[in-house]
Every structure is written in C-alpha cells, then in structure tokens.
Ligand binder design. Sequence first.
Ligand code: FAD
Length: 309
Amino acid sequence: MDVLRRTLLGLARDARFKDALTTLPPTRAVVARFVPGESTREAVDVVAGLVAGGRLVSLDVLGEDTTDEALAERAVAAYVDLLEQLAARGLSTSAEVSVKLSAIGQALPDGERIARDHARRICRAARNAGTTVTLDMEDHTTTDSTLRVLRELRKDFPETGAVLQAYLRRTEADCRALAVEGSRVRLCKGAYDEPERVAFQGRLEVDRSYVRCLRVLMEGDGYPMVATHDPRLVAIAEALVRRTARPADSYEFQMLYGIRPDEQHRLTGEGHRVRVYVPYGQEWYGYLMRRLAERPANLGFFLRALASK
Ligand code: FAD
C-alpha cells in the first residue's frame, strides 16, 4: 500500500488532526462534494432528486467508533426518524439505509449485543417503512462480530444486506457462504488500513480478488450489489451479468454520492439498477479522510481549495 494512503488512513483516526482540519474554511467545500447535507431534511431532498433521476439510494447517518452509549442511542433515533421521513415523502421503496455497527454501540463493553439490539430496532423501522437495511463493514477486527450480528438479524429480517471487502483474504470464502437465496451482498474493495496478515496489499491483487468474489456472487443465488467506481470492474460485472443471464432486478451497481455521476447515468440508461450511497450528518471526518486516501485527485481538489483561500 502506498505511503500517502496509509498516512491519510492513519490521520482518519487522529483526534488532533481532526480538530485542526475541521476548522479550516475550505474543508467545507470539499466535504460538500461527498456529503450533501448535515440534516435529515437536506438528505431526504437529495434522495428525492436522485430518485427522480432514476436511481436508488442507500443513506448513511454519519458516525463511527462510538464509545458513548447516549451517542449510540442518538444514532438509532436518527435512523428511525430518517426512515419515517422517507416513508412520509413516498421515497422508501427507492431508498434504504446503511448502518455502521460501530456507530450504534459495537465498540462499547458488551457492544455486540448492544449493536445487535440497536440494529434490530432500525430493521423494524425499515420494515415498517417498507425498505431494508445494509450493515456496512468496517475494519477487520469487527468482521466476525458484524457477520454474527447479520446472521442473527436475518432470522427475523432476511432482507438485511451484508458488505464484504475484496481486500480481505477471507472474503472469497465469505462470498461462498453468503451467495444464497435471499441474501443481499455488497462487494467493495475495502476502505481501511489493514495488515498484510489479513489483507492483500497491492492494487492488482485486490482487483483480482474482487473479480473472483464477484464471480462467486454472480454465479450464486443471492442478490449481488456491485460497489465500485473502477471502470474495469464495472465492465467485468456487466460481462458477468450477460454470461449468467441475470435478470435486471436480480443485482445492482452501487457508487458513492459525488463520484462518477456520468457513469451512474450510463448504467441506468442501459437498464441496470444503480444505487447511490448518500452519507449525511456532522460526523463526516472519517468518511472524508477515506475518500481522500482513495484517490490522489480528491486530495488535489482539497489542496487547491486550501491554496485559493
Ligand atoms: P478505486 O481503486 O478507488 O478506483 C479505481 C478506479 O475507479 C480509478 O482508477 C478511477 O478510474 C475510478 N475512480 C475512482 N474514483 C473516481 C472518481 N472520484 N472520479 C472518477 N473516477 C474514479 N468500504 C468499506 O470498507 N466498507 C463499506 O461498507 C463500504 N461501503 C461502500 C458502499 C458503496 C456504495 C461504495 C461505492 C463503496 C463502499 N466502500 C466501503 C468503499 C470501498 O471499499 C472503496 O474504498 C471505494 O469504493 C473505492 O474503491 P473503488 O472500487 O471505487 O476503486
């Protein structure tokens, strides 16, 4: 992994750097590119625009690594409120929610139980609204716990989606286990700084793993969610869709808000389902740092904004 990416991912968990960066005025402009609002109302307006443009949405109430029980409770309440607002605006058939278990208590003592109970409340609110929940995947120390919570939730809410990260060496096996009927699996490359012991380090190795995992999901009986902006991987996914003769309602592409909107339109125009991941809220720091780490051009945009002040 290159030094720049590792440095930025390290800073993503540095409280002092966070305080310094978040006070810089140009930071706002960069944040707005990836995070379209701080309030639920703003986020729901963005959803309405995306849905009018033929896209599906998954909303993420920003927050992670919560070590305060009251904050975890507040995050659950924010999701329940969001789901009610989506239903009230008639958007819940097109918009679901993505949840990070660390935002709803996974890191607290007895955190797995707390996060599971909280996630259950969000799943119930989603079902009442007529939509679904996908559990985001965080760093590798949480993978087993997150998959255990997923299995528990799926007993009552089988529509709950999982995320698997192609950079982890274990993921091809996890894909085989989850490529079963009714199982929604988002496949992404993975956004955290992981040791070589558990994760492929080179871009090529990660891409190859992505293709192996994608093949397992596309040839399986579940509902693959192809989360990448990588043109080569998108093309491979399109080829696999043709080869496996998957109906258009049996898989989807997913991209992050603000990234490759033209490609989102192209895929929609060709009859594929496309879901945009929309994060919102005030806790955008970790999310922004992972986006800057992914792509030097994003960092360049940020530095130019800084220099122009
Ligand atoms: P990259 O290797 O970042 O990019 C590959 C190529 O894509 C680039 O070379 C370029 O050609 C093109 N590209 C990328 N960005 C741009 C851009 N801004 N403009 C133009 N072209 C671009 N990670 C997790 O760890 N856990 C999660 O739960 C999770 N959920 C996700 C949900 C969604 C919907 C998506 C899309 C990603 C999610 N991720 C998650 C992040 C993911 O793991 C990657 O870090 C992120 O998607 C970048 O990887 P990439 O596949 O786009 O490829």
